[in-house]
Design a protein around this ligand. Structure first.
Ligand code: ACO
Length: 319
C-alpha cells in the first residue's frame, strides 16, 4: 500500500516583533489582559510589501532543504492561506514560479485556521492515489492585513508567519488517517465579510468574531475529532506522543487537552511567541518541535485545528 510521510519541515517568521507592550500604546489593552486571556506575549508582523508567497518561499526552501528534495522533484504544491497575495492567480502558483518549478499542479486551499490540516489531507490523498510523489504543503498568512488595528478584541490575537512540509510517497506510514469537517451554518460567527466588487471594496474588510462562541465550539469539536482519529486507528488517547493543535489561544489548547486527558507536557504550544497565525500555526509549531528534537521517529503525532467556516479536522501520523 502507498502511504505518504513528512520528510522535511520548515518555517518562517517575519523579523518585526509586536509585543503586548507595543499594543498597549495602540489600543486600550494591557499585557496582563492579553496574557491571561490568550497566553500570547508577542507576534511577528510582515514588513510592508511582504506577501504570503514571500513567507511561504522561505518556509518551503527550509523544508525542501531538510527533506533533501530539489525543486525539480516537487510535483504538487498546495498552499493553505486566507490572506493570498492577490485574488488570482493562487499563492501556490506564485510560489511555484518563485521556486523555479514548472508544470506541476499548484493550488490554494481556503479553510482558514484548519487550512493546513485540509491541505495536508489533500496532498496525502494525491500521493496515495498515485497522482504525485513529492508534495510541498504550506500554510502562509499575513493576518496583519485583515486585522482592524483599532479593535482591541481582535487585534491582540493574530500574527504573521509560514510553515511548510515536504510529503513523499512510500511503503511506510506516515500519515495514518485524515478527518475533515465543516459546518457552514456558523459562517457569521467568525468572518471577514468584505469582498472586491465592481472595482471597489464592498463590506467590512476586517475580522469579525464572536470570541465566546468560537471558544466553546472549538473546544467541543477538537475533543470530538481527536477521539475520532484515535478510534479510527484502534489507538488510545494515551498512545499519542505529541498533540500539535492550531495555536489560537492557550486556554482553548489547555481546555482541549484537559478534556482529552492529555498532559500539557505532550502538547506543543507556540502561541506565546507566534500569536494566532491561522493556517500557518500548525506547521510552524511542528517545525519548532521537530527542530528542537521533541518529535522523532516512531512517535504518534496528532495535528488538529478549527477555524472559520466553521471548519475543523485532524491528521494522525506515525513519525
Ligand atoms: N484588552 C482589554 N480588554 C479587552 C480586550 C483587550 N484586548 N478585548 C476585549 N476586552 C474586554 C471586553 O470589551 C470586555 O469588556 P466588558 O466586560 O467591559 O464588556 C471584557 O474584556 C471581556 O470580554 P470577553 O470577550 O468576555 O473576554 P473573554 O474572556 O471571553 O476573552 C477572547 C476574549 C480572548 C477573544 C476569548 O473569547 C477567546 O479566546 N475566544 C476564542 C477566539 C479565538 O481564539 N479566535 C481566534 C480565531 S478562531 C481560531 O483560530 C479558532
Amino acid at each position: 500500500m502507498m502511504y505518504s510521510r513528512i520528510i522535511g519541515t520548515g518555517s518562517y517568521l517575519p523579523e518585526k516583533i509586536l509585543t503586548n507592550h507595543d499594543l498597549e500604546r495602540m489600543v486600550d489593552t494591557s499585557d496582563e489582559w492579553i496574557r491571561s486571556r490568550t497566553g500570547i506575549t508577542q507576534r511577528h508582523i510582515a514588513a510592508k510589501g511582504q506577501v504570503a508567497s514571500d513567507l511561504a518561499l522561505n518556509a518551503s526552501l527550509m523544508a525542501m532543504d531538510a527533506a533533501n528534495v530539489a525543486a525539480k522533484d516537487i510535483d504538487l504544491i498546495i498552499v493553505a492561506t486566507t490572506t493570498p497575495d492577490m485574488v488570482f492567480p493562487s499563492t501556490a502558483c506564485i510560489l511555484q514560479d518563485k521556486l523555479g518549478i514548472e508544470d506541476c499542479p499548484a493550488f490554494d486551499v481556503q479553510a482558514v485556521c484548519s487550512g493546513f490540516v485540509y491541505a495536508l489531507a489533500t496532498a496525502d490523498m494525491f500521493i496515495r492515489a498515485g497522482q504525485c510523489r513529492n508534495a510541498l504543503v504550506v500554510g502562509s498568512e499575513i493576518y496583519s492585513n485583515i486585522v482592524d488595528w483599532n479593535d482591541r478584541s481582535t487585534c491582540v490575537l493574530f500574527g504573521d508567519g509560514a510553515g511548510a512540509v515536504v510529503l513523499t510517497g512510500g511503503d511506510q506510514p506516515g500519515i495514518l488517517s485524515n478527518h475533515l469537517h465543516a459546518s457552514g451554518r456558523y459562517s457569521k460567527v467568525l468572518s471577514v465579510p468584505g469582498n472586491i466588487c465592481g472595482g471597489g471594496l464592498q463590506g467590512n474588510p476586517y475580522i469579525r468574531m464572536d470570541g465566546n462562541a468560537v471558544f466553546k465550539f472549538a473546544v467541543k469539536v477538537l475533543e470530538e475529532v481527536v477521539h475520532e482519529a484515535v478510534a479510527a486507528n484502534n489507538l488510545k488517547i494515551s498512545d499519542i506522543d505529541w498533540l500539535i493543535p492550531h495555536q489560537a489561544n492557550i486556554r482553548i489548547i489547555r481546555s482541549t487537552a484537559k478534556k482529552l486527558g492529555i498532559p500539557m507536557e505532550k502538547v506543543v504550544a507556540t502561541v506565546h511567541e507566534h500569536g494566532n497565525t491561522s493556517a500557518a500555526s500548525i506547521p510552524l509549531a511542528l517545525d519548532v518541535a521537530v527542530r528542537d528534537g521533541r518529535i522523532h521517529s516512531d512517535q504518534y503525532v496528532l495535528l488538529e485545528g478549527v477555524g472559520g467556516g466553521f471548519t475543523w479536522g485532524a491528521v494522525l501520523l506515525r513519525w
